[in-house]
Design a protein around this ligand. Structure first.
Ligand code: Q9C
Ligand code: ZN
Length: 341
């Protein structure tokens, strides 16, 4: 399987606000380096860099004003005299008569975000746009007739919505690839999200559409980030009704229960008959992941890949979360090896 990778991810490394303090983010450069090392060690296949894409390729999944904010946020931040990383610290709430984009950067950061887990620093835009370009390159390869590809994205993307960053995500790489695929003439795309966390951003972007089926298997939002979405009764709206499928699972979920959900996903994907399948591949479902609560083990990921392989669709894997840095490479690459059979 072809891997698409760029070292530009290193330009983004930051902090997060957690447990009452600012500390180094779990989402760090070593993650992508570990996965890349395993791709090489396992002899998965060729490794190529991204093609370049205009930022208009991100519009559709995101709004133009959000892309402009993201690309310019660091300059606006340092123009205020600060050199530390920018973290949002205030958000609009329910019940406001109107919510407008503030002029000052501190207000904009809150307007365009969902949490304080996504800092912006000098290299963030270059890293996140490179990450999106990996997914775009991957989906363009599928259009050329390649059966599968692996976009080794970092930063991840699935928490990023049409107009917001959050959960370590800025540009929604999987959604950008899906939108690009549709723009290039595909009729139907399916996105299967197997990261531990609900793919709230991807859900939001395609919620009222029937051309992109979104399926997410994740920790029950009653007890897991991002808390405010991911329930089974979120099924899509308007023409998109029935094209959003959430399968929340309890803490402690192991392979058996996960595989049952995966089989349900397979049936829904078969009904949709997509031109392409995009898998949001998070391996924070691992038993030792530091921020999640499932109990998948290293060999389980081979099994998961095998099941996805049997869906039979041209498939782009897009890297999302996974924070057990020592194991993340083996676990992610096991999915890809299992897929190849
Ligand atoms: N105690 C991804 O996996 N912090 N994002 C949660 C839980 C944010 C995860 C804290 C987790 C975001 C792409
Ligand atoms: Zn996750």
């Amino acid at each position: 399987m072809l891997t698409i990778y760029s070292s530009d991810h290193r330009l983004h490394h930051g902090v997060e606000l957690k447990d009452g303090a600012v500390s180094e983010s779990f989402e760090k450069p070593a993650r992508a380096e570990t996965v890349l090392a395993r791709v090489k060690a396992a002899g998965l296949g060729g490794i190529i860099g991204p093609q370049s894409y205009d930022r208009s390729s991100y519009v559709g999944a995101h709004s133009e004003r959000y892309i402009e904010f993201l690309a310019g946020a660091w300059s606006e931040w340092i123009a205020t005299g600060r050199t530390c990383q920018a973290l949002p610290l205030v958000w609009p709430v329910r019940g406001l008569p109107s919510i407008e984009v503030p002029q000052f950067i501190d207000g904009k950061l809150g307007f365009f975000s969902m949490d304080a887990g996504s800092p912006i620093n000098a290299g963030t835009w270059d890293a996140v746009s490179a990450s999106a370009n990996l997914a775009l390159t991957g989906i363009d390869r599928l259009s050329d007739g390649t059966r599968s590809a692996f976009a080794l994205c970092r930063p991840p993307g699935h928490h990023a919505g049409r107009e917001y960053m959050g959960g370590y995500c800025y540009l929604n790489n999987a959604a950008i690839a899906a939108q690009h695929c549709i723009a290039r003439g595909a009729e139907r795309v399916a996105i299967l999200d197997i990261d531990f966390h609900h793919g709230n951003g991807t859900q939001e972007i395609f919620y009222d559409r029937s051309d992109v089926l979104f399926i997410s298997i994740h920790g029950d939002p009653a007890v897991s980030f991002p808390y405010f979405s991911g329930h089974a009764n979120e099924r899509g709206a308007g023409p998109g009704e029935g094209f959003n499928l959430n399968m929340p699972l309890p803490k402690g979920t192991a392979l058996d229960q996960f595989a049952t959900a995966l089989h349900h996903a397979g049936a829904a994907i078969a009904r949709h008959a997509p031109d392409a399948l995009i898998v949001s591949l998070g391996v924070d479902t691992f038993e030792d992941d530091p921020i999640s609560h499932f109990r998948l083990r290293t060999p389980d990921y081979l099994r998961i890949g095998e099941v996805i392989g049997r869906f039979g669709a041209p498939t782009l894997f897009v890297m999302e979360g996974g924070y057990m840095v020592d194991e993340i490479g083996v676990n992610a690459v096991n999915v890809l090896l299992g897929f190849e059979g």
